[in-house]
Ligand binder design. Structure first.
Ligand SMILES: [Zn+2]
Length: 297
């Protein structure tokens, strides 16, 4: 009896420790340009004749990632709908045990809701950056307005900005899906993460693509692989304070933003802002790409 009394606290501790050990939180950021089969804006927004069908395919890819993550040991998943209007995913088709971030603006943009309790982040449907001559719908944040985004002098794709936001919370990006161009660009930037290449770009509006069914299988396989080696990944961190440079396609955004005392115009098309960390940088980027005095309500 005495022995049992002595052992019980250790048993309780062991059970609690095991329960804590088993907790695995995964963040899924879903874009659309890198979804299997997407090649033009006909698939990417409400005006396109194929948009409604491709919402189904995007949702199926996110569901494949969710199922694979749970099967590989994830205990909690947060999904952000991070393309266009932020209302692409057919949320009634997602399982009951996930939650979804929708619409804009949001201070952490495509990573809204992430924090230090997460173990890894997954990017579905991603695309290469605006400075990359290759890749379907290659752009950074806004294809209409931005020509480059640099963090501490390094030109970064959306996946790089998002990796730096996750990195602020010590969370690594473990897997990405999209075309061959984004897979190459992000692997070069972030290292050996799992990539599901669902299409091969011939140009901005053309690719050879897998079928959606094959794309889903590949995403499932790569998510399982990534979670299987989740301890190997390192988060992507920048030395603070962080200098962010934004290059616009036009002149006037740079001219007018430089009226602000904490914004410096670096050339005709570009501005610079220094944030104390990635949270400030993210809010600045969301402001720059969202603000318009006609915003209502
Ligand atoms: Zn997008």
């Amino acid at each position: 009896m005495k022995l049992l009394r002595a052992i019980i606290p250790f048993l309780v501790f062991a059970v609690i420790a095991q329960a804590q050990e088993k907790k695995l939180k995964i963040y899924i950021s879903a874009d659309m340009e890198g979804v299997t089969g997407v090649v033009t804006d006909e698939q990417l927004g409400p005006a396109g004749f194929e948009y409604q069908r491709f919402r189904e395919i995007m949702t199926a890819e996110v569901n494949a990632a969710i199922e694979a993550a749970f099967a590989a040991g994830a205990t909690e998943i947060l999904v952000s709908d991070s393309h266009g209007n932020g209302q692409n995913l057919l949320i009634e088709k997602l399982p009951k045990n996930v939650q979804i971030v929708r619409s804009w603006p949001r201070p952490l943009m495509m990573m809204q809701g992430i924090d230090e309790t997460f173990d890894g982040a997954i990017c579905i449907g991603y695309h290469s950056s605006t400075t990359n001559p290759e890749g379907v719908r290659a752009h950074t944040m806004s294809s209409a307005n931005l020509a480059d985004v640099r963090l501490n002098g390094i030109s970064v794709p959306e996946a790089g900005i998002n990796a730096a936001i996750a990195g602020h919370f010590n969370v690594p990006i473990i897997m990405i899906s999209g075309d061959d161009a984004v897979a190459k660009e992000v692997t070069t930037l972030l290292g050996n993460l799992e990539t599901a290449i669902v299409k091969w770009a011939y140009g901005f509006h053309s690719a050879k693509t897998l079928t959606p069914a094959a794309g889903i299988d590949l995403i499932r396989e790569k998510v399982k692989k990534a979670i299987g080696r989740i301890k190997e990944f390192k988060s992507y961190k920048f030395k603070t304070p962080i200098e962010v440079e934004v290059r616009f396609k036009n002149y006037r955004p740079a001219e007018v933003l430089a009226y602000l005392p904490n914004v410096q115009r670096t050339d005709a098309h570009s501005i610079k802002f220094v944030g104390k960390d990635m949270i400030e940088v993210s809010k600045f980027l969301e402001f720059v790409t969202t603000y318009n005095p006609a915003l209502a309500p």
